[in-house]
Design a protein around this ligand. Structure first.
Ligand SMILES: Cc1cc2nc3c(=O)[nH]c(=O)nc-3n(C[C@H](O)[C@H](O)[C@H](O)COP(=O)(O)OP(=O)(O)OC[C@H]3O[C@@H](n4cnc5c(N)ncnc54)[C@H](O)[C@@H]3O)c2cc1C
Length: 350
């Protein structure tokens, strides 16, 4: 069996794509030493259904895993005219961005629950709204109760209302919060130029002119943001490296505000607020961008699975084939071509 496939995860999101023409006969192929994590691992729920191999095996690109990132890659590749196959081991697409009926009759965003880091141009370029994607901005963004009836902290989009709510606990904190948000906003300006492309590498002699241009543009934007906020570079360094508790203790005095903000530092990070690096996660609070508003996070109509579904629909509309209950166990290496040339499935299909 001949396999034409390309698994180039690090290149998948680049818009300028070249058609891959790797073709290898089985005799040239061997499985790479590093197999993928065993699918029977109890950590993962396996599909109760058998894998049904797609009729066409030769592909320009095979994406292992139908999480939202894999689906985005698939959609962009298919949009560029490549013949794309997505293989997802679960019965459901989306990875950590899924909507599932955990309790009978009720659907939940099972893992991730809030969107804001999905780049706006992806929504536009893939036409996700046409496929059912819709943000539901959340406001207020947090509610922290106390054990005193009627006394609670609510934070949302209104600066004035935030001030009033925080001032119940500390007017000093209410004033500081405005500056704190401003400080994170500046840090955002520094990071944002890095979000939409590969990291710039000015020392890459082999880079093509397009990559060099990208590097120069990114460095220029970074330098001008760095110069603009030069007074804050030291606090930025702390933000990227220190424990969140250090930072919050310096900015604020009220426990309720610090505890509320600390959730931004630990959520999904598997670390505590006193661990180094947790302050950086605070930045995610302002890195979000939803419904055209910077610093805003939003729910998604239909739960987080609706994001994955809309991306999958976009990919399929451009011709990608998406197969579920499809566990990949090995990447197959082509010795002659010195590159990955295909995949091996749990049932041995290549
Ligand atoms: C509990 C939790 C809460 C989170 N909350 C948020 C949030 O609110 N907002 C937010 O923006 N981010 C959140 N995140 C992070 C975010 O969900 C992830 O960063 C994102 O889902 C990663 O997407 P992905 O496509 O790269 O990988 P995944 O979502 O992990 O998808 C990988 C996919 O590949 C499949 N797969 C893996 N191995 C194989 C194989 N061998 N063969 C076939 N298929 C395979 C998996 O089944 C899965 O579907 C959260 C993460 C967790 C765990």
């Amino acid at each position: 069996m001949k396999i034409r496939a390309a698994i180039r995860a690090n290149h998948l999101l680049r818009p300028a794509l070249r058609r891959s023409t790797v073709t290898g006969a089985c005799g040239n192929l061997h499985a790479v030493d590093s197999t993928l994590p065993p699918s029977h691992s109890p950590k993962y729920e396996t599909s109760p259904f058998p894998f049904i191999a797609p009729v066409r095996r030769k592909r320009d690109a095979i994406i292992v895993g139908g999480g939202h990132n894999g689906l985005v890659a698939a959609a962009y590749l298919a949009k560029q005219g490549l013949d794309v196959l997505v293989l997802e081991r679960r019965t459901l697409l989306g990875g950590a961005a899924v909507t599932e009926e955990i309790v009978h009759g009720f659907k939940f965003s099972r893992a991730s629950y809030l969107a804001g880091l999905l780049r706006p141009q992806i929504i536009t370029e893939l036409g996700l709204e046409k496929h059912g994607f819709k943000y539901l901005p959340r406001d207020p963004s947090s509610f922290t109760p106390t054990n005193v009836a009627g006394r609670h902290l609510i934070l949302g989009s209104s600066e004035e209302e935030n001030w009033q709510s925080i001032a119940q606990f500390s007017t000093r904190d209410a004033d500081a919060f405005v500056e704190y948000e401003d400080f994170l906003g500046k840090a955002r300006e520094l990071v944002e130029p890095l979000l939409d492309g590969g990291p710039p590498n000015p020392f890459d002699q082999a880079a093509k002119w397009k990559e060099r241009r990208h590097t120069l543009q990114t460095l220029k934007t970074l330098l001008s943001a760095g110069w603009k906020h030069r007074q804050s570079l030291l606090p930025f360094y702390e933000l990227f490296t220190a424990p969140a508790a250090h930072l919050l203790d310096r900015w604020f005095e009220s426990d309720i505000l610090k505890a509320t903000l600390a959730t931004d530092a630990v959520i999904g990070a598997m670390i505590g607020p006193r661990q180094a690096g947790s302050a950086y996660v605070l930045l995610h609070h302002v890195m979000g961008e939803a419904a055209g508003r910077k610093g805003v996070w939003a729910y998604v109509e239909g739960g987080m699975g609706a994001i994955s579904k809309s991306i999958a629909e976009a990919a399929k509309a451009w011709g990608a084939e998406v197969v579920t209950s499809a566990t990949v166990t090995r990447l197959v290496y082509d010795d002659a071509q010195k590159r990955i040339a295909g995949v091996e499935m749990q049932d041995g299909t290549r």
